[in-house]
Every structure is written in structure tokens, then in C-alpha cells.
Write a protein that binds this ligand. Structure first.
Ligand code: XLS
Ligand code: NI
Ligand code: NI
Length: 433
């Protein structure tokens, strides 16, 4: 196959004044922010599914993209990998992510699908040997094929549970072989459409047991990466078991996995759950389960997971602020779980989408770092809670309800409300954007 991205040069940092269409204005991988290179803060990854496998269909029309690698042969799978690594070079991204179904043709049997995946994994491994891009995470697609229509680990049919086990076992091993830093489980069909045919308690118990088995297998094969659950409240099923970070945490505690598994938080999924992205990140950090992020945006008016590339640094600066406050990524990163629109037909559209998104994230990171370095927000937050530094406040937490009440009953404690200063804090944040 000829080079799909022929004529497109690697994109460089040219600064905010640049007028080239393809230039980084804010993303400067080597620039040091709060003691760390920008590339190491952001840890960008390209998603194989949206950028190379997605065909541009919608509920009303079929494929619009005619990528030369579309088809069911191994030669096409290799051509797809060639194009992927060309895009990684052009963008200079440090990571990529994939599902089994994105990289290999589905076989007629499990054995054939496995052979295809192992063969393409070897090919990807060879490409990685001559490129700097590494694997952020691998995952199994347990939602597209009709066998999974009623769930994978939560399927009423135990044969499907077994099929999911074989698939995840294989994908985890392939991820490990390729040096993946994380392994993601998004339960695309782990939910239900109607209670009329659903044993909710059994399904939840099976999902928990499955996750314990996955964690155990990761230990057995010596996988040292992080296992991540990706919460989502709905779509495709009406009720998904991994609704949001709080729900996932309760689930992990229930199955004794809260120290083994973390979360991969997606912007659009947080929004579908009625939360902000930064809320989900801050909560995960507070619970000790923050792992990684899927960066994208939904159309605010649609109520659907539109998976668009982010294009407002002001929207996502609060998310990077929470990530920095939590100490930054360890094994996680910023995966662009985002797709171009179906009319964006040209190879350069795919490049431009990522360049713009990387710049938006970089600008958000710079703003977040400046807010943190300035310190006013943190100081004012600390001031707001300063009363808790006092000995009698701490003693109250250690004591009984009656002892806490006694401070008031004795007289002299009459709380004086103080301003939360929200608008002033919002104005302060705007000065950094
Ligand atoms: C779909 C999910 C999916 C996961 C990986 O909504 O975001 O893309 O990230 O299976
Ligand atoms: Ni999603
Ligand atoms: Ni995602």
C-alpha cells in the first residue's frame, strides 16, 4: 500500500503565533512544567478503533470512509498497522491503545481469531521496535459481536462467560507481551435492557467474580500494569453496572478489589452520568483509584456519547488541575477516545483532529499548572477548612455524637456562615485560561 499520509510532515511545536495549519501552538513535548516534561505529564495515546477501524457509519447511513485497509484479510490488518504507525510518527505521540477487534480480522472460530491476533501482535511488536510509540493499554471488544448482545461476564449463558474469559485471557497476555502499561475493561454490554428478563443480582455477582479472575490471571502471568475499569452509565445498554466512579468503587469494595483495580475516566461518560469530568477525577483520586483518562467531548445538546475531539481548553483545564493535584499520571495517560465526523474524509482530517486536541490539552495543562503554582486556590480552600485544624474539632471526630453535641449544649457555639466566594474563585480561574 502506498503511504496513506503521503506528503504530511511530522508536526512540530511552532508556538502560538504560527499560521501553519498543522503545528503545535501549545504542545511542546520537551517544555518543562512543574518539574516534568509536558509529554510525560500528558502521556497522549491514539485510539486504534476510532482512528483506523471506524468506518463513518451512523444509524441512517453506512460507511463514508473508504480506507484502503478496510477488509477482512491479514494483509489489510498489516496495512492498517502501517498507517497507524505513520500517524503516530506524524504526531510524535508516545502511546496508542487498541481492542483485539480493531487490529485483527474476526476468525470463523475462537482458534482462528486467536491466531490472527497473535500474528498481528507480532507485527505490531516489530513496528514498535523501530518506533518510539508504546502501548498505553490493550482491551478486549466484548460488545460488538452478536454473541455478546446479552453481555459478556454478565451473560445468562455460561458459554458466553467462558468465551469472554478466553478472550480477556488472550488480550491480557497480548497486552503484556507488547509491554502495555495498563489493561482496560469497559463493560459495553455489562448491563441490561429490561428487568423483566434479568437476574440483576446474579449478573452483578458474575461480573465481580470475573474481575477477580482477571486480576488473578494478571498476577499469574506477571503483568505489572494497572487493571482499569471504565465507568459509563448507559449506552449501549439502558442500565450499565459500571455507572460512574462511585458505583465502581462500591463494586470493587464488594469484591475485595479496591487495591487491585483503578478507573479509566472518560469525559463523555462522566457527562452522561450527570457529573463533570473533574468531579469523577477528584472522586477517584480521593478514593485512591484514579488511573487514566479517555479524552473526548459530547455534544452538550445531544445526550449521547458523540466522542468528539476536545476543542475547548477552558472545559478541560479543571480536569488537569485535579490530575495535577492528585500527583499526575503514573501508568495512565490521555487517550483520545474520539472520532472525526463522518464527513471528514481526508487523511489530513485525522491528523488535524489530533493536533488540535493535543494543543487543547496542552493549553489546559499549562493553565492548570499555573493555577497550582500560583497557590491562591489551594490557600483559600485550606482557609475554608482551617477550623478543622483546632484540637477540639479533631477531638470531636474521635469522640461520640453526644461529645460533639456537648460543645453546643454548654453554650457559646453559634456558627457564623461565611461566603463560599464561588464567583470570585471563578474569576480567579479565568485569569489563568
Ligand atoms: C465506549 C468506550 C470504549 C472504551 C474501550 O464508549 O469509551 O471506547 O474506551 O472499550
Ligand atoms: Ni466512550
Ligand atoms: Ni472510552
Amino acid at each position: 500500500m502506498t503511504d496513506y499520509f503521503a506528503g504530511i510532515e511530522p508536526v512540530r511545536h511552532e508556538g502560538p503565533e504560527s499560521d501553519s495549519e498543522l503545528a503545535f501552538r501549545h504542545y511542546d513535548p520537551d517544555a518543562v512544567i512543574l518539574g516534568k516534561r509536558m509529554e510525560d505529564h500528558l502521556r497522549f495515546a491514539v485510539a486504534w478503533w476510532h482512528s483506523f477501524a471506524w468506518e463513518g457509519g451512523d444509524p441512517f447511513g453506512g460507511p463514508t470512509f473508504l480506507r484502503p485497509w478496510f477488509g477482512d484479510t491479514m494483509a489489510q490488518a498489516r496495512a492498517k498497522a502501517d498507517a497507524a504507525f505513520r500517524l503516530f510518527e506524524i504526531l510524535g505521540v508516545p502511546f496508542f491503545c487498541f481492542h483485539d477487534a480493531d487490529v485483527r480480522p474476526e476468525g470463523a472460530t475462537f482458534a482462528e481469531s486467536r491466531r490472527n491476533l497473535e500474528e498481528i501482535a507480532d507485527y505490531i511488536g516489530e513496528k514498535m521496535a523501530t518506533h518510539r510509540t508504546r502501548l498505553l493499554w490493550g482491551t478486549a471488544n466484548l460488545f460488538s459481536h452478536r454473541r455478546f448482545m446479552a453481555g459478556a461476564a454478565t451473560n445468562p449463558d455460561p458459554d458466553v462467560y467462558a468465551y469472554a474469559a478466553a478472550t480477556v485471557k488472550l488480550c491480557l497476555e497480548v497486552t503484556h507481551r507488547l509491554g502495555g502499561q495498563n489493561y482496560v475493561l469497559w463493560g459495553g454490554r455489562e448491563g441490561y435492557e429490561t428487568l423483566l428478563n434479568t437476574d440483576l443480582a446474579a449478573e452483578r455477582a458474575h461480573a465481580g467474580r470475573f474481575l477477580q479472575q482477571v486480576v488473578d490471571h494478571a498476577h499469574r502471568i506477571g503483568f505489572r500494569g494497572t487493571i482499569l475499569i471504565e465507568p459509563k452509565p448507559q449506552e449501549p445498554t439502558k442500565h450499565q453496572y459500571d455507572h460512574d466512579v462511585a458505583t465502581v468503587y462500591g463494586f470493587l469494595r464488594d469484591f475485595g478489589l479496591e487495591r487491585e483495580v483503578k478507573v479509566n475516566i472518560e469525559h463523555g461518560h462522566a457527562f452522561l452520568a450527570g457529573h463533570s469530568f473533574e468531579h469523577e477525577i477528584a472522586l477517584a483520586a480521593a478514593l485512591g483509584i484514579f488511573g487514566s483518562i479517555d479524552m473526548n467531548r459530547n455534544d452538550w445538546t445531544s445526550g449521547w456519547d458523540t466522542d468528539q475531539f476536545p476543542n475547548s481548553h477552558a472545559d478541560i483545564a479543571p480536569a488537569y488541575y485535579e490530575i495535577l493535584r492528585a500527583g499526575g499520571f503514573t501508568t495512565g495517560g490521555t487517550n483520545f477516545d474520539a472520532k472525526i465526523r463522518r464527513q471528514s474524509l481526508d487523511p489530513v482530517d485525522l491528523v488535524a483532529a489530533h493536533v488540535g486536541a493535543m494543543d487543547v490539552c496542552a493549553r489546559a495543562l499549562k493553565a492548570a499548572a499555573a493555577m497550582l503554582a500560583d497557590g491562591t486556590l489551594e490557600r483559600l480552600r485550606a482557609e475554608r477548612y482551617a477550623g478543622w485544624q483546632m484540637a477540639e474539632a479533631q477531638a470531636m471526630l474521635a469522640g461520640t455524637l453526644a461529645e460533639a453535641a456537648a460543645r453546643v449544649e454548654a453554650g457559646g457555639v453559634e456558627p457564623e456562615p461565611r461566603s463560599g466566594r464561588q464567583e470570585r474563585l471563578e474569576n480567579l480561574v479565568n485569569r489563568f485560561l
